[in-house]
Design a protein around this ligand. Structure first.
Ligand SMILES: Nc1nc2c(ncn2[C@@H]2O[C@H](COP(=O)(O)OP(=O)(O)OP(=O)(O)O)[C@@H](O)[C@H]2O)c(=O)[nH]1
Ligand SMILES: [Mg+2]
Length: 200
């Protein structure tokens, strides 16, 4: 039997919320970013990975994370919680500002190793998700696809979501999306293992 030892999280601290590119950490430590539509579960996944109840703020109010929140993990690498995109109730200007901030981050961050790409397991890829995918491909950023809220789907819905991914975003389907639930914590170890592969 092969026993792989999973990375231990011994420290995790919120360091800053960046509203402009000058604030992005550039200390040479690797970055892993978490991206996806508003309310998809980015902050919940970060809290689950870091074993902290509310380090990253979660909410029932979509669009609450309006800056790029940076967490330093094990004093060795950064987690970047990107603002959720695609939330209809914010102004057009605000949405455009977020889009530019995210785009600049993905395009210019030298230490960005991979993006954890979150999609809701109930809905499959949406137009906004495909836009994000285009950025990642254009800027050559590797990605780890994660289907969130797995506790809310049954097997039939899960299969349907995976089929939709295969047709609409075969490049995502090809790298084996991880099914994750912040409620049951299923999929946590697999996400962490893949993250580890990019930061060590
Ligand atoms: N059932 C279930 N609910 C979840 C899961 N993950 C997140 N949620 C809920 O979904 C809502 C949004 O979660 P967040 O983690 O705040 O989502 P987010 O992507 O960070 O949202 P923004 O920062 O607004 O873009 C919260 O009410 C969470 O409790 C999950 O795996 N299962
Ligand atoms: Mg959030």
């Amino acid at each position: 039997m092969i026993v792989t030892r999973l990375m231990l999280i011994h420290s995790a601290d919120f360091v800053l919320g960046a509203v402009s590119p000058q604030q992005f950490p550039a200390d040479g430590k690797p970055h892993i970013a978490f991206a996806g539509r508003s309310n998809v579960g980015k902050s919940s996944l970060i809290n689950c990975l870091l074993q902290r109840r509310s380090l990253a703020r979660t909410s029932n109010t979509p669009g609450r994370t309006q800056q790029i929140n940076f967490f330093l993990v094990n004093a060795a690498f950064w987690f970047a919680d990107l603002p959720g995109f695609g939330y209809a109730k914010v102004s057009k200007e605000e949405r455009e500002r977020w889009r530019r901030l995210i785009e600049t981050y993905l395009r210019t961050s030298e230490d960005l190793r991979a993006v954890v790409f979150l999609m809701d397991a109930r809905h499959g890829p949406q137009a906004n998700d495909l836009q994000l995918l285009e950025y990642l491909l254009a800027f050559e950023v590797p990605f780890i696809p994660v289907l969130t809220k797995a506790d809310k789907v049954n097997k039939t819905e899960r299969v349907k979501c995976l089929k939709a991914l295969e047709t609409e975003a075969p490049v995502l389907a090809a790298v084996n999306p991880v099914l994750f639930s912040a409620v049951t914590r299923s999929g946590r170890d697999e996400v962490l293992e893949r993250v580890e592969g990019f930061v060590t």
